[in-house]
Ligand binder design. Structure first.
Ligand SMILES: C[S@@+](CC[C@H](N)C(=O)[O-])C[C@H]1O[C@@H](n2cnc3c(N)ncnc32)[C@H](O)[C@@H]1O
Length: 318
């Protein structure tokens, strides 16, 4: 039986290939995580394996003795690829909803759960689904890939404006934090934005900037107005952390402007290994003028189908 309501990108061969090719660091990080967690004795669940069942096949090629690969979408292509790769005898492909997975299919030593929309509100049901699988199918030594999912948020002014130092600092911070997460080393020494360096580099360049550098320096349409705050951190080793999100969150305002947008960051990790880092933007309502010291309070208990309700507390204005 198919479930069109829960089909997503990976549920068609085209969608799955685009996902694999479009985020190469994701699949490399998964290879690294999987090769450290999976070996010949492993029994593995690939929850939401996608139409190509790629992670299930990778798990079998790492030597897993049994792999159960589950998706609501069709799995004929995944079965054919498992044959082609000589591992079909160790993978059971099941076309069903993960919520209906029979208890007798487990327990599992490794649970792969790469099934996110990369957006907190739409992801909540999938977090709860993963937590349910953890409760039903894990044992004390089970490894979860990802093991943690972390959401942070910051408030922005989206009015069209020139690039400001504030914006460049924010983009630099994001780039450095991304490099730290991918390399596993800290880079506190280069946190301040190298403004002087940058202008001299730009002036000295005989060649035009590479498109990538130009994009980095190009005028951004958003200005960071608040600190970036932790919203939720879910660990599948503690499934109760996936049961609900906080109903409200306060962001400390650090720069003046008109707060009209929030940018949410999702990080999927295995230990300290970053598997994927994505960003999504949500408008807030009503847009509000803010000053440093204000607290911007987001009502995060709604359905987020429209803008997120915003109120401002002025008590600590500086
Ligand atoms: C983004 S794709 C990822 C595919 C694969 N895990 C990978 O990382 O390459 C997510 C897959 O999860 C499946 N999925 C989502 N919810 C599911 C559910 N409740 N039961 C079974 N499969 C589900 C979707 O059909 C989709 O194919």
């Amino acid at each position: 039986m198919t479930h069109p309501g829960v089909l997503s990108a990976g549920a068609s061969p085209l969608g799955h290939i685009l996902l694999l090719a479009g985020a190469p660091e994701r699949i490399l990080a998964l290879r690294l995580a999987m090769s450290s967690a999976i070996g010949p004795p492993s029994v593995v669940l690939d929850a939401g394996c996608g139409s190509l069942g790629v992670l299930a096949i990778m798990a079998a090629r790492l030597g897993a003795r049994r792999v159960v690969a589950v998706d609501t979408g069709r799995l004929d292509d995944a079965r054919a690829l498992a044959e082609e790769n000589g591992v079909a005898d160790r993978i059971e492909f099941l076309q069903c909803d993960l919520a209906d997975l029979p208890a007798a299919t487990g327990p599992f030593d490794v649970i792969l759960g790469m099934i996110y929309h990369n957006e907190p509100r739409r992801d909540l049901a999938r977090q709860q689904l993963m937590a349910g699988l953890a409760t039903r199918f894990a044992h004390p030594g089970t490894a979860f890939i990802p093991g943690t999912v972390r959401y942070t948020v910051a408030g922005y002014d989206s009015a069209d404006r020139e690039t400001t130092e504030q914006t460049l600092q924010d983009r630099w911070d994001n780039a450095v934090a991304g490099a730290e997460a991918l390399t596993g080393i800290t880079m506190a020494g280069i946190r301040p934005f190298p403004n002087a360096d940058y202008s001299s580099v730009v002036e000295q360049l005989a060649q035009p900037l590479s498109p990538r550098a130009a994009r980095f320096l190009a005028a951004d349409t958003r200005t960071l107005l608040t600190s970036r705050q932790l919203f939720a951190e879910i660990s599948y080793a503690a499934p109760e952390t996936a049961s609900a999100y906080p109903p409200a969150l306060g962001l400390t305002v650090t720069a003046p402007g008109r707060l009209d947008t929030t940018v949410w960051r999702q990080e999927l990790k295995f230990g300290d290994l970053l598997i994927r880092r994505t960003h999504t933007a949500h408008p807030v309502t009503p847009p509000c003028d803010v000053l440093p010291g204000d607290t911007a309070i987001l009502a995060t208990d709604g359905d987020w189908s429209g803008a997120i309700p915003l109120t401002i507390r002025h008590d600590d204005r500086i």
